[in-house]
Design a protein around this ligand. Structure first.
Ligand SMILES: Cc1cc2nc3c(=O)[nH]c(=O)nc-3n(C[C@H](O)[C@H](O)[C@H](O)COP(=O)(O)OP(=O)(O)OC[C@H]3O[C@@H](n4cnc5c(N)ncnc54)[C@H](O)[C@@H]3O)c2cc1C
Length: 232
C-alpha cells in the first residue's frame, strides 16, 4: 500500500477538473462534494500496489486500427477490497494525529450515495464505498515484458532487443516484467539510461556489433544453441 498525500481534493476546484479526472458523475459530485466546493482540503489516497484482481485486453477485430476491448476487472478479487478498506482506515487515522489536529484537521464523512443505507464507517460501509469511488493511477507498463527466450510472453531479451526482429529495441516502462512498487518515473529513467548504455555499447564496440551481425545473417535467435560464431 502506498499513501499519496495531496494538498487538495475532488472539491478544491469546485468540480471543474478533478471531478472529470476521477470519473465522477455530476449527480454524485453534487450530492457528496458540492457543500465543500473551494474549501481548503487535503487528501490521502490509499493506493494498492499489488492487486490480485486481473483484467483482460482482447482484440476487437483483425483490423489493427480498431480499439481493443478492455476489461479492467477491478476489485474482482475480495482481497483487494479488504486491502483498500484497511488503507482507508489508516488514512483516516493519519488525519486524526496530533500533528494534523493542531491545524484543525477533520474527516469529511459525507456518506456516498449508494452506501448510505449502511452503518457509517463500518467495514461493511467501507467495502461499499471502495467499490463506488475508486480509480486507477497512470502507471501503464509491462505490455512488452523482458524475459528469457523460453518465456512465451517475453517480448524483449535482457538487452531490450525485440525477439525475432533484427535492429529493434524497446526501452520504456513496457519492458518491466512486473510493475515496480510506487511511482514509475524514476524506474523508467533508469531503464532509459541503461538502454542508452546498451545501444552505445553495441555501436561503440566493434566485436559486439560483428557478433550481432553474424547472428542476424545466420538467423540465430538469442537463447538458441549457437554454432560457434566468433567475431574477428
Ligand atoms: C498524468 C500522469 C501523471 C503521472 N505522475 C507521475 C508522478 O507523479 N510520479 C511518477 O513517478 N510517475 C508519474 N507518472 C508515470 C510516469 O510519468 C510514466 O510511467 C513514465 O513517463 C512512462 O515513461 P515511458 O518512457 O515508458 O513512456 P512515455 O513517457 O509515455 O513516453 C512514450 C513516448 O513515446 C512517444 N511515442 C508514442 N508512440 C510513438 C510512435 N509511434 N512513434 C514515435 N514516438 C511515439 C510518445 O510521444 C512519448 O514521448 C504519471 C503519468 C501520467 C500519465
Amino acid at each position: 500500500m502506498e499513501f499519496m498525500a495531496t494538498s487538495t481534493s475532488a472539491s478544491a476546484d469546485g468540480g471543474t477538473q478533478v471531478k472529470k479526472a476521477h470519473g465522477l458523475s455530476d449527480e454524485f459530485y453534487n450530492e457528496v462534494f458540492s457543500e465543500i466546493n473551494y474549501k481548503d482540503t487535503f487528501g490521502i489516497f490509499p493506493m494498492m500496489l499489488r492487486p490480485k484482481s486481473r483484467g483482460e485486453i482482447k482484440l476487437r477485430s483483425n483490423n489493427p486500427f480498431d480499439y481493443p476491448l478492455l476489461y479492467h476487472g477491478y476489485l474482482t478479487d475480495p482481497h483487494d477490497v479488504w486491502v483498500l478498506r484497511e488503507g482507508v482506515k489508516a488514512a483516516i487515522a493519519y488525519g486524526e494525529t496530533q500533528a494534523l489536529k493542531k491545524f484543525g484537521s477533520r474527516f469529511y464523512a459525507k456518506p456516498l450515495p449508494n452506501c448510505k443505507h449502511l452503518p457509517p464507517l463500518t467495514d461493511e460501509y467501507w467495502d461499499c464505498a471502495v467499490r463506488q469511488y475508486t480509480l486507477s493511477i497512470y502507471h501503464y507498463s509491462c505490455t512488452a515484458k523482458m524475459g528469457p527466450a523460453t518465456d512465451p510472453y517475453a517480448v524483449v531479451d535482457p538487452q531490450l532487443r525485440v525477439y525475432g526482429v533484427a535492429g529493434l529495441r524497446v526501452i520504456d516502462a513496457s519492458i518491466m516484467p512486473k510493475i515496480t512498487n510506487g511511482n514509475l518515473n524514476a524506474p523508467v529513467i533508469m531503464i532509459g539510461e541503461k538502454g542508452a548504455d546498451l545501444v552505445k555499447y553495441y555501436w561503440l564496440t566493434p566485436s559486439t556489433r560483428k557478433k550481432r551481425d553474424l547472428r542476424v545473417q545466420f538467423n540465430v535467435k538469442l537463447g538458441d544453441k549457437c554454432p560457434n560464431i566468433t567475431a574477428s
